[in-house]
Every structure is written in structure tokens, then in C-alpha cells.
Design a protein around this ligand. Structure first.
Ligand code: NDP
Length: 266
């Protein structure tokens, strides 16, 4: 359990879900981790449970000044940044059942999703390159989605923002390589990972189990994934084992994108 010993990481949206699982796995592998989020109470609680190699700080990924302040504090306290995980993301459905299809979505909702999912990743990558340049190496891990690789009829902004994250990750990878920096940038593409993000879609009534079965019907492994199963891939990308990986995309989706809905159902 020492694949990340000596490394310093910052994880966004780390109060719960996939971000919390990544922070937990990084600490278990020996890293020091700054957990960040906009949910201060939960973020502080999650960090405290991880012990002395974890700390919490508020960072709204949409705000350039929050990025500046978080990076300054991190470099002051821990002197370096080795790994940034741009994990914070929203679907746009958090506030209720507003339409997100390409015909009915509002411009405000479209922009709000892009502001968190895309602007947040842009700002994070920019801050990380600037911080990592001093040591000339590092790993940037961007949480895209399987929805960044295919269209989603009812979630236009989410799919668009995640596709842009996938592409921006490659641009960052190429730019850093061009600059002669060993700063790698890769994207992870989860699909159907059971976290609180799904609560708005699944509800919590007696229908929840049936809805869960419906959602994973087309997934070859026929189940939701666990946040820890995404965290394991983030550990690999953060570690020196992945030194020759940059600009790549890794799906963690139970096989969903390996086939096509046109395949006969078994
Ligand atoms: P969750 O909703 O469970 O957790 C996301 C966390 O990010 C929350 O703590 C949330 O805080 C925080 N957050 C939201 N907006 C901001 C912001 N502006 N700045 C900082 N933090 C913010 O999501 P998941 O763990 O499920 O998802 C993590 C990432 O993985 C996301 O990028 C998501 O799109 C991606 N992903 C997830 C999949 C899944 O099936 N779960 C599938 C594909 C991709 P608050 O609760 O206060 O809003």
C-alpha cells in the first residue's frame, strides 16, 4: 500500500461519492491529500476520517480565485502538487426535473452545467500545470463520463460538457509534452457508479430497486459500479506505474460501451 508514497494530491468534489473514494484510496497508498468541495461540513468530516495525511479546504471549481487560494495554501503547507483529480461534477438534475434535452433545455441550465463540469476542469488543469511546472512532473486526472463518449438524449449539457473534458484532457497532455514537462493528463470515463449523484434519478421509494435494475439492464456486468472501482483506476493513473500514459481515456462502465444496444438482449 505505498504506490503513492511521497506524493501530494488535490481532489475536487471530494466530500462524497467518487471523489471521497479517490481521496481514501490515495491516502491508503501513502499520499497526502487535500480534499476540496463546496459542502464544507461533509468535506471536513470525510477528511477527518482519513487521518493526518488528509486535510479539507473549500474550493468551488467555478471560481478562479478559489483555485488561486487553494493552490497557494497547498504549496505553502506541502510544498508541491503531484496529482490533481478534477472530479467535481453535476448532472444538472440536482434541483429537480427540468428538461435537459436539446429542444427544451434552457440556456441558463446549459451554462450552469458547463460552468461546473467544463470551466472547472479548465481552471483546474491550468492551476495544476502552473503548480507542477516547478518540479516538471505530475499527473492530472479528469473525470469525464461514458456520457462524454456517446450522446445522451435527455442530458444534453452533461454529455456536451463531458465530451469537452475528454478532448481538453488530450490537449493538456499534448501541451505539457510539447513543453518538455513530464506532466501527464488522462481522463476516466465511469458509467453507472452508485453514488448520491443518482438519488435524483432513482428516488428513495419502493420503486428504487426496479429503477436500478432498469438502469443497468444494458450494462454487460448487470450491476452498478462502486466508487472504489473508479478510485482503483485513479490510483494507477496517479502512480509512476502509468508513466507512459498520457492523453488516454479509460472506461470504468461494466462493459457498457464495449457493445451496442442493437445487440440482442440475453
Ligand atoms: P456526487 O454528486 O456524489 O459528488 C459530487 C461532489 O462534487 C459533491 O460533494 C458536490 O457537492 C461537489 N460539487 C458540486 N459542484 C461543485 C463545485 N462547483 N465545486 C466543488 N465541488 C462541487 O458525484 P459522483 O461522485 O457520482 O461523481 C463524481 C464525478 O464523476 C463527476 O464529475 C461525475 O460527473 C462523474 N461521473 C459519475 C458517474 C456516476 O455514475 N456516479 C458516471 C460518470 C461520471 P454538493 O453535494 O454540495 O453539490
Amino acid at each position: 500500500m505505498n504506490r503513492l508514497t511521497g506524493k501530494v494530491a488535490l481532489v475536487t468534489g471530494a466530500a462524497r461519492g467518487i471523489g471521497a473514494a479517490i481521496a481514501r484510496a490515495f491516502v491508503a497508498e501513502g499520499a497526502r491529500v487535500l480534499l476540496t468541495d463546496i459542502d464544507n461540513a461533509r468535506g471536513a468530516q470525510t477528511a477527518q476520517a482519513l487521518g493526518e495525511r488528509a486535510a479539507y479546504r473549500r474550493l468551488d471549481v467555478r471560481e478562479p480565485s478559489d483555485w488561486d487560494a487553494a493552490m497557494a495554501a497547498l504549496l505553502n503547507d506541502w510544498q508541491r502538487l503531484d496529482v490533481l483529480v478534477n472530479n467535481a461534477g453535476i448532472t444538472g438534475f440536482e434541483g429537480g426535473a427540468a428538461a435537459h434535452d436539446p429542444e427544451h433545455a434552457t440556456l441558463e441550465d446549459w451554462r450552469a452545467v458547463h460552468r461546473t463540469n467544463l470551466d472547472g476542469v479548465f481552471l483546474g488543469c491550468r492551476a495544476a500545470i502552473r503548480a507542477m511546472r516547478a518540479q516538471g512532473s505530475g499527473s492530472i486526472i479528469n473525470l469525464s463520463s461514458r456520457s462524454g463518449q456517446v450522446g445522451v438524449a435527455g442530458a444534453a449539457a452533461y454529455a456536451s460538457s463531458k465530451a469537452a473534458v475528454r478532448n481538453h484532457s488530450k490537449t493538456v497532455a499534448l501541451y505539457c509534452a510539447e513543453q518538455g514537462l513530464a506532466i501527464r493528463c488522462n481522463s476516466i470515463h465511469p458509467g453507472a457508479i452508485l453514488t448520491p449523484m443518482w438519488d435524483a434519478l432513482l428516488g428513495d421509494g419502493p420503486e428504487r430497486e426496479a429503477r436500478m435494475r432498469d438502469f443497468v439492464w444494458d450494462t454487460p456486468l448487470r450491476r452498478f459500479g462502486r466508487p472504489e472501482e473508479v478510485a482503483a483506476v485513479a490510483v494507477l493513473l496517479a502512480s509512476d506505474e502509468a508513466a507512459y500514459m498520457t492523453g488516454s481515456e479509460l472506461t470504468v462502465d461494466g462493459g457498457l460501451l464495449a457493445g451496442s444496444p442493437a445487440s440482442p438482449r440475453g
